[in-house]
Design a protein around this ligand. Structure first.
Ligand code: AMP
Length: 366
């Protein structure tokens, strides 16, 4: 690592996206004496409230992007759907970490699955679907249930359609607007887990303990760390994450979401394996527990990595539970303030709506 590649206290991190992830990156950066400059579409967003500067513009506004690049020392993002052209425009001016390759491999579910398979990493069986005819053909091979997903811009279960016995394939394709899709075979998982890993500018690797995640209405509701799984399976999940980071020549924090599949063989021996579902090239909701529950938070780890600084210790401080406060669950804030040991985080969103992530609460059990 060259000295020039590393930031110094007082330098500025440019953050693409103004949501709560950017807010928590900015807060971690501030603690380490770094400034942040947020690029977002709306004034007053959660990250803008805590950053030294904000640019409010569209991804296509090259004049605004050029001024932003001029004002920052490194660019990162809290949102993986940053257009490739925006990332390339910025990368020509300032280091973008993680680099545009991470965006290219994770914005499209088909490209992502091909990338994982190319590394020998297990995924659900899948097929590319461009029309209702291809869907009818492949559903025969993959069987039901299966899940049809749009290749791009899906999140929190949006852009997905479960095909069960009797579901009409034409209606499924139409329901997703006829967009290019991927059909995935159903993985009969025991639980969903994720690894929040990091890679430094010097190639160093660190990961937090594997955590397990529960969803309600497709939105993360609860994360527990550590995940209930065999140590060998957890080690395999770490190795997979490490392999992905190296293959992307990645700098920063990544989240790898996986299914834990468990089978008991005829001799009664339990066998576990992990299947990768999705990669998020950014800090992630299932890593929020690290702020109160680990020696370094995922946000600080990300800041350290993109600043070219040494990674911090990911050691867990106890047994952890993180609950999201979604929609009107945020009304619990007053009661949570009086609960000993409850670490409350609110994102500064003016208005609560059903399904909107308003905050979270972490409980650490020593
Ligand atoms: P995703 O947007 O790909 O993270 O999917 C949202 C949720 O749908 C996951 O967290 C799983 O609970 C479920 N899911 C997605 N893909 C599959 C699959 N191939 N098999 C079983 N469940 C799935």
């Amino acid at each position: 690592m060259t000295l020039e590649a590393a930031l110094k206290p007082g330098d500025t991190i440019g953050v693409l996206g103004g949501g709560q992830l950017g807010r928590m990156i900015a807060m971690a950066a501030a603690r380490l004496g770094l400034k942040t400059h947020v690029f977002s579409h709306h004034p007053g967003e959660p990250a803008c409230q805590v950053s030294a500067a904000a640019t409010v513009a569209e991804w296509t506004d090259e004049a605004a992007l050029a001024r932003f690049a001029e004002a920052v020392d490194v660019v990162t993002y809290e949102f993986e759907n940053v257009p490739a052209a925006t990332a390339a425009f910025l990368a020509a001016r300032k280091p973008v970490r993680p680099g545009p390759l991470a965006l290219e491999k994770t914005q499209d579910r088909l490209v992502e699955k091909d990338f994982l398979r190319g590394l020998g990493i297990p995924t659900a069986p899948y097929a590319a679907i461009d029309n209702a005819g291809a869907l009818a053909r492949h559903i025969g091979q993959l069987g039901r249930p299966a899940i049809l997903k749009t290749r791009r811009f899906g999140y929190d279960g949006k852009g997905q359609f479960a095909l069960r016995e009797g579901s009409d394939v034409g209606a499924a394709f139409r329901a997703l607007g006829g967009a290019p899709c991927i059909l995935e075979g159903f993985v009969a998982f025991e639980r969903e887990v994720s690894v929040i890993g990091a890679r430094g500018l010097d190639g160093a690797f660190a990961a937090f303990d594997v955590c397990e995640n529960e969803h309600e209405n497709h939105i993360l509701s609860l994360t527990r760390a550590p995940a209930h799984m065999a140590p060998e399976t957890a080690a395999e999940a770490m190795e997979i994450t490490h392999k992905i980071l190296d293959a992307l020549d990645y700098v920063g924090v990544i989240a790898v979401e996986m299914f834990l599949v468990a089978e008991t063989d005829p001799a009664g021996v339990r066998r576990e394996r992990v299947v990768v579902n999705e990669i998020a090239p950014r800090v992630h909701n299932s890593g929020h527990w690290t702020t109160d529950g680990a020696e370094t938070s995922q946000f600080e780890q990300h800041v350290r990595a993109i600043a070219g600084w040494p990674l911090g210790s990911p050691k867990r401080r106890g047994r952890i539970e993180m609950r999201n406060l979604i929609g009107d669950q945020v009304e619990q804030w007053r009661a949570l303030l009086t609960e000993p040991g409850a670490c409350l985080h609110l994102y500064g969103k003016a208005e609560s709506r059903p399904g909107r992530k308003m905050g979270h609460v972490t409980r650490v059990y020593p």
